[in-house]
Every structure is written in C-alpha cells, then in structure tokens.
Design a protein around this ligand. Structure first.
Ligand code: GRF
Length: 206
C-alpha cells in the first residue's frame, strides 16, 4: 500500500471543512493525511481540533511581519517544511502571495461558498441572497494569483429558500461544501487531476 498523500490545510475560522477532511483521513482507504494546519489569526477553533489529533499547527499572522512579502515567505517556508502533496485553503481569508504560489504550482486549492464566477470575495452567500438567485452553492478551484479566479475542480448547488436568512443559507451551503471538499480531495489524491486551459478535470477512479 502506498503512503497516504500529505495535505496541508489553511484556515481562518471554525474549521468545519478541516474537521471533515481530518475525519475522512481516518479511513486508510481515503488515501490522505493532514500533516499541517496553518491559521492566519488567533482563536481559530480548527486549531484545537487539529491539536487534539496531534497534527502540527502554526499560526502565521500578517501583522507580525513588517511587509506582506515577509508573511508570504514565512507561510511558504512553513508549508515547504511539511512537504505537502496538496495545500488546501479551507476558509482561509487571505490572498496567498507569489512565494507560496511559486512553491506549490498547481497544487493549491480553495473552497469558496458561492458558485463562481458569481459572488467572489468573503461575502458570497449574503451577496447571492441579496441578488435574489434561486440556486446557490460552493466551488472548489485551483488557486492562482487572482481572487477566486482559478480553474474549477468541482461545484455543488443548494436551493435558496423563500425564508432564508444569511445564516440558514450559509449553513446549507457549508453542508454541501464539506461533502464536496472531502470527495474531491480524495479523488485528487488517489487518482490525480489535469488542467487544460481554463478547464480542470478529476481523473477517473476506474
Ligand atoms: C467556508 O464556507 C468557506 O467557503 C468560507 O469560509 C467557510 C469556512 O468554514 N470562505 P470553516 O471554517 O471550514 O467552518
């Protein structure tokens, strides 16, 4: 049996996506393990979840560095030390800099809680609600230098209900988003993926 693929996960909040990934990794058949969790701020619930499992963690805050490039360098160095096969941005609320992007070309993914290219940025669900769309969802994509602009690996949809609030829609999206993240990362790590121009494809598991 081959060694599990190595995942480094970046978070800024509660870490429910991270938790879903760590749970999936408990099954050897999943084919991956979380080897590092990095947060960009204090107080992220996900860090406790990782530490309880004995997974190494690091907090790397922009404000601790004189220049944004120094933060970028520190993040790249920390990630390189973990030798990940994939870097998973799971609710990480910072744009990654060129040093991180160059260290892991084509190997950084981000999950976003809207159907891109609609509603990029950090207010996707409420922007979708206020726009009046009838279908919302989440997008998993390869990170490039833009904001929420990389090739799309997977998308999932949920209905927007008449009595939805920001919270109820966000929670419905997050349930679907977590399932999509776990399923897609597993396929990527077991079977691989490929990119053709703007399009990205998961390799068949057959
Ligand atoms: C996700 O919905 C993600 O799309 C957004 O922030 C949320 C993170 O949730 N950027 P969690 O910290 O994984 O619970």
């Amino acid at each position: 049996m081959t060694a599990p693929a190595r995942l480094a996960v970046l978070i800024s909040g509660g870490g429910s996506n991270l938790e879903a990934l760590m749970r999936a990794c408990e099954d050897p058949a999943y084919g991956a393990e979380v080897v590092l969790v990095v947060a960009d701020r204090d107080g992220c619930g996900g860090m406790d979840l990782a530490e309880q499992r004995g997974i190494p963690t690091a907090t790397i805050k922009v404000n601790d560095y004189a220049e944004r490039a120094d933060w970028d360098h520190a993040l790249a160095t920390e990630l390189q030390g973990a030798n990940p096969d994939l870097v998973v941005s799971a609710g990480f609320l910072k744009i990654m800099g060129p040093q991180v992007l160059q260290a892991f070309p084509g190997k950084i993914i981000n999950t976003h809680n809207s159907l891109l290219p609609s509603f990029p940025g950090i207010h996707g669900p409420v922007d979708a609600l206020n726009y009046g769309v009838k279908i919302a969802g989440a997008t998993l994509f390869l990170v490039d230098e833009g904001m929420d602009t990389g090739q799309i690996l997977a998308q999932c949809t949920v209905p927007v209900l008449e009595d939805d609030t920001e919270d109820t829609l966000l929670e419905r999206i997050k349930v679907a988003e977590r399932a999509q993240l776990v399923e897609t990362v597993g396929i990527m790590m077991r079977s691989g993926w490929r990119v053709e121009g703007r399009r990205a494809f998961l390799n068949s598991e057959d």
